[in-house]
Design a protein around this ligand. Structure first.
Ligand SMILES: Cc1ncc(COP(=O)(O)O)c(C=O)c1O
Length: 397
């Protein structure tokens, strides 16, 4: 028999995908399941981007691309970083990958070895933890709490750093919390990392364009930080292009060179027509992007208002992305019929079974007291979902 490598047994299955699969199964058996577990926009890609890809395919963009990305796209990325983030990258400090996820994977495989440590803020995006583990390095987690709106105490962050630390990763706005790190937060972080010149700071800014009433700041824009940061971004969220598989990053040249080497062996350059269409997206006036952002903001307000009817949910105040991460541990230990809710996974399964609402439990995000609710869905469905959750929770005692 085939023997599957040990690293696969060490790997967690994606909680988000597992929940989506369960929800799909219930739907197939006829249930009207409301899916609040999704990590992607419910909007279609704006029409002008789709048209650009079709045109690109028709004009023959069907071949391999340069591993680091098309020159035109990298020029658009360079201009975007300057326009939106006040970071001045040269073309050889930029690369395009098959998603922001691949940017992060490239960085981890370029930097991490067994014995190294990678520090991350909890709650974290699940893939940070799993990809770090795949390299043989050790993920080190810095906790935060809902009371602080999931912003860490920098004293705890400092305690986690040592001579084995190779990288630090965080996202702003954050998945799964929706927390946005302000200019002042980032300045304090930058000052801390000035004392650790051997640590690469990875700022994942994939939700940059989904922020409500706050300005986006990039930690790499502070003086002296560009040289010690990697800034990751992509098209999946702000342009509703999850299926196009396209992300990018700026980082110091030796790091980009190492990442290009890895990507050249793993996947080669990202899809040709995705890149041509994305060039246009980045050079657009972002009208379509901001329309989607405004819709998410209304949904966020609506969801938070609805959730007030469940006082046992301890809510955070998300300022971006499309998630809320309430603490639900008040329900642990409660029962319905012969089911006892022991943890967040049981809680999510209970909601699926009794309310026909799919959410993701927080365990894989390093938030075992929480569930993640995605509001990438219409306001009507949000209203109905919360009403169903409220009714189901009344069954517990
Ligand atoms: C914080 C964060 N980073 C990266 C990604 C992956 O983005 P991409 O689709 O560009 O690989 C996601 C997707 O859910 C995310 O939430």
């Amino acid at each position: 028999m085939f023997r599957i490598a040990g690293r696969i047994a060490q790997m967690e299955e994606s909680a988000t995908l597992r929940m989506a699969h369960r929800a799909r199964q219930m739907r197939q058996s006829g249930a009207d399941v409301i899916n609040l577990s999704l990590g992607e926009p419910d909007f279609d890609t704006p029409e002008f981007i789709v048209e650009a890809a079709i045109k690109s395919l028709r004009s023959g963009a069907t071949k391999y691309t340069p591993v680091a990305g098309n020159q035109e796209l990298r020029e658009a990325i360079r201009d975007k970083f300057l326009r939106d983030n006040n970071i001045s990258y040269s073309i050889d400090e930029l690369m395009v990958s098959c998603g922001a996820k691949q940017c992060f994977a490239n960085l981890c495989f370029a930097l991490l070895e067994e014995g190294d440590e990678a520090v991350m803020l909890a709650p974290y995006w699940v893939s940070y933890f799993e990809i770090v583990k795949l390299t043989g390095a050790q993920p080190v987690v810095v906790q935060s709490s809902v009371e602080n709106n999931y912003k860490p105490d920098l004293k705890d962050l400092r305690k986690a750093l040592n001579s084995r630390t190779k990288l630090f990763v965080f996202s702003t706005p954050c998945n799964p919390t929706g927390t946005v790190f302000s200019e002042a937060d980032l300045r304090a972080m930058a000052e801390l990392f000035a004392e650790y010149p051997d640590v690469l700071v990875i700022s994942d800014e994939i939700y940059e364009y989904i922020q409500f009433g706050t300005n986006h700041f990039s930690i790499a824009s502070f003086p002296g930080m560009k040289e010690r940061c990697a800034t990751i971004n992509g098209f999946s969220k702000g342009f509703a292009m999850t299926g196009w598989r396209l992300g990018y990053m700026g980082a110091p040249r030796p790091i980009i060179e190492a990442c290009v080497k890895i990507q050249g062996q793993f996947t080669s350059g990202a899809a040709s027509f995705s890149q041509e269409a994305a060039t246009l997206a980045l050079r657009s006036d972002l009208t379509e992007t901001y329309k989607m952002r405004d819709a998410y903001e209304l949904r966020r307000d609506h969801l938070l208002e609805q959730l007030k009817s469940i006082p046992a949910f301890r809510l955070n105040q998300p300022q971006g992305a499309f998630y809320v991460l309430p603490e639900v541990s008040d329900f642990f230990g409660k029962r319905y019929k012969d089911v006892q809710i022991k943890d967040a996974e049981d809680f999510a399964l209970f909601l699926l079974a009794e309310a026909h609402v799919a959410v993701v439990n927080g365990i894989a995000f390093g938030a075992p007291q929480c569930i993640r609710i995605s509001y990438s869905i219409s306001e009507e469905r949000i209203t109905e979902a919360v009403e169903r959750i409220r009714k189901a929770l009344a069954l517990l005692h």
